[in-house]
Design a protein around this ligand. Structure first.
Ligand code: FNR
Length: 196
């Protein structure tokens, strides 16, 4: 768990869940994240990005919608961002990428210097690895700071959750906990709270 010497420090994490499907494994994974998160970390899901129009520059020229600006502000004021997403065709699901693209056009750009955790579940064998590396690449352009380890890649997801949606394997539960710890640690570092 997070170092108790951190005292009452509170972490405000905002999260994207990249699947809207009922019965989504990524939604189950996110529910496990919430269950396993420490008491001093609040994790709020960002919703509504799936309703945004497909971005083009003409739309941008008409002005950025209020919902996009509001979400960008929410991200900017958070301590960290978490993505929990499936992999579609070896990459980021299109709707989620469209959301990121919209948010990236808000000034100040909300992912700049933002600490980011990434995880995902897929029915495939390597558990969203290719999506995760594409998302890391996007974050390079956006000047975000993805947490490197652990890489939480829940493969063959159909067999990894019980009837109540709980992760069955201690391995993944530990990985989720460690990623949240590292997210907090890295957020401290980028806020200048502790030396690197
Ligand atoms: C998939 N799926 C998939 N799986 C994978 O491991 N690699 C991939 O590239 C893809 N590509 C892909 C494309 C599209 C359009 C769909 C609909 C699905 C399968 C995917 O892992 C599976 O549907 C998961 O159940 C999706 O996550 P949720 O919705 O359960 O959270």
């Amino acid at each position: 768990m997070i170092d108790p010497t951190r005292g009452a420090r509170h972490y405000d994490v905002v999260a994207f869940v990249g699947s809207l499907r009922s019965g989504s494994y990524n939604r189950m994974l996110f529910n496990n994240v919430r269950r396993l998160s420490p008491a001093n970390m609040a994790i709020s899901e960002l919703t509504g990005w799936d309703e945004w129009q497909t971005l083009d520059v003409d739309l941008l020229n008409d002005g950025i919608p209020d919902a996009v600006t509001a979400m960008a502000q929410r991200i900017a004021e958070s301590d960290a961002v978490l993505f929990v997403s499936p992999e579609y065709n070896y990459s980021i699901p299109g709707g989620l990428k469209n959301g990121i693209d919209w948010l990236s056009r808000v000034s100040p750009q909300p992912f700049t210097s933002k600490v980011v955790g990434i995880m995902g579940a897929s029915t495939g064998a390597i558990g969203t690895a290719r999506m995760q590396y594409h998302l890391r690449q996007v974050l390079v352009f956006l000047d975000g700071h993805p947490v490197n380890k652990p890489e939480v890649m829940v493969g063959r997801a159909a067999g990894e959750f019980d009837g109540e949606g709980r992760l069955v394997s201690e391995f993944y539960r530990t990985q989720v906990t460690e990623l949240l710890e590292n997210l907090a640690r890295q957020a401290d570092r980028f806020k200048g709270r502790v030396s690197p």
